[in-house]
Design a protein around this ligand. Structure first.
Ligand SMILES: Nc1ncnc2c1ncn2[C@@H]1O[C@H](COP(=O)(O)OP(=O)(O)OP(=O)(O)O)[C@@H](O)[C@H]1O
Length: 261
C-alpha cells in the first residue's frame, strides 16, 4: 500500500535560517501523529509543506501516490491532492460572517460548479451530508449561527466538519488547540482521535502541549532546529529526551490540562 505521506530529504531555508534540514518521514494510512518541538523548531513549516502551502528548497513530498512538491516546485497534481486533505489552522478557519452550515458546505465546492456555491445553491444531498457532518462533530444545533459568534473550540470543530464534507482522508492540523481553553482543547483532540479510530482518517497534528500529544497520539515526532530528533511511541519520551528537545526549562513548555477528564 502507498504511504499516506512520504517526505524525502526536505530542506527549507528562510534567509539564513534553516527551518527544515533534510527531513525524511513516512506516515502510513490511518496513523495519528503528533508533531512537537519548541517554538521555531520547524513544525509549521513541515506541516505546511505536506499540504504544499510551503515550498521546500530541495526534497520531495508525496501524499498517497501523488506528488505535492519536488525540489522547490509545486506539483501539477496539487489540486487533486488537496481534495483529499483537510487543513485546520490555529485560527481563521471559518468565514465569520457566514453561517456555520454555509462554512461546512464550502467543503463540497470542489464537487459542484463554483457559481452554485458562490450563490448559496447547494445540492440537497450535500446539505444532508453537512447536517450529518455537524452532528458528527457535536454541533447539530449550531448550523444557523454566524461562525463569528461561535467559541474557538466550536469553530475548530466546524472546520473539521467542513473537512469531513470535503471527503478528506487526511487531516493536517497546525496547532489547532493553541488558542483554546483546556476543556475545548480536549474536545477537539478527542474528536480528531475519534475520527482517526472510527473513520480511519490519517491525522498529523502539531502541538505545543506535550501531554496532549502523549495522550491522544500513538506516534510522536519531535523537531528541534529543523531536524527530527525523536520519532516513536509516546512512552519513549523520557524526561531526558524531553529536556533534550526543549532545553533544561522544558517543564515550562509542557503545558498540562488537556488529558481526558
Ligand atoms: N515565512 C517565513 N519567513 C521567514 N522565516 C520563517 C517563515 N516561516 C518560518 N520561518 C522561520 O523558520 C523557523 C521555523 O519556523 P516554524 O514556524 O516552522 O516553527 P514552529 O516549530 O512551527 O514554531 P511555533 O511553534 O512558534 O509555531 C523559525 O526560525 C521561523 O522564524
Amino acid at each position: 500500500m502507498a504511504q499516506a505521506i512520504q517526505v524525502s530529504q526536505l530542506s527549507k531555508t528562510f534567509g539564513t535560517r534553516k527551518a527544515l534540514k533534510s527531513v525524511d518521514l513516512s506516515i502510513q494510512p490511518g496513523e495519528m501523529v503528533a508533531l512537537i518541538g519548541p517554538s521555531g523548531s520547524g513544525k509549521s513549516t513541515l506541516l505546511r509543506s505536506l499540504g504544499g502551502m510551503n515550498v521546500g528548497d530541495t526534497g520531495t513530498v508525496t501524499i498517497g501516490n501523488r506528488k505535492v512538491q519536488s525540489n522547490g516546485k509545486i506539483s501539477s497534481e496539487i489540486r487533486s491532492v488537496r481534495r483529499g486533505l483537510g487543513v485546520i489552522f490555529q485560527q481563521f478557519n471559518l468565514v465569520g460572517r457566514l453561517s456555520l452550515m454555509t462554512n461546512v458546505l464550502m467543503g463540497c465546492l470542489g464537487r459542484i460548479p463554483g457559481w452554485r456555491g458562490t450563490l448559496g445553491f447547494f445540492p440537497v444531498d450535500e446539505k444532508e451530508k453537512a447536517v450529518a457532518a455537524l452532528d458528527r462533530v457535536g454541533l447539530s444545533e449550531y448550523g444557523e449561527r454566524r461562525a463569528s459568534t461561535l467559541s474557538g473550540g466550536q469553530q475548530q470543530r466546524g472546520a473539521i466538519a467542513r473537512a469531513l464534507l470535503q471527503g478528506a482522508n487526511t487531516l493536517l492540523a497546525d496547532e489547532p488547540i493553541a488558542s483554546l481553553d483546556p476543556v475545548s482543547a480536549r474536545r477537539v483532540m478527542e474528536l480528531l482521535a475519534r475520527l482517526n479510530v472510527e473513520e480511519g482518517l490519517t491525522v498529523v497534528v502539531s502541538l505545543h502541549q506535550v501531554d496532549a500529544a502523549v495522550t491522544f497520539c500513538k506516534r510522536v515526532i519531535a523537531m528541534r532546529d529543523g531536524a527530527m530528533v525523536y520519532d516513536g511511541a509516546p512512552a519513549g519520551l523520557t524526561q531526558d529526551i524531553l529536556r533534550n528537545i526543549y532545553g533544561p526549562e522544558y517543564e515550562d513548555f509542557a503545558q498540562v490540562g488537556v488529558s481526558p477528564a
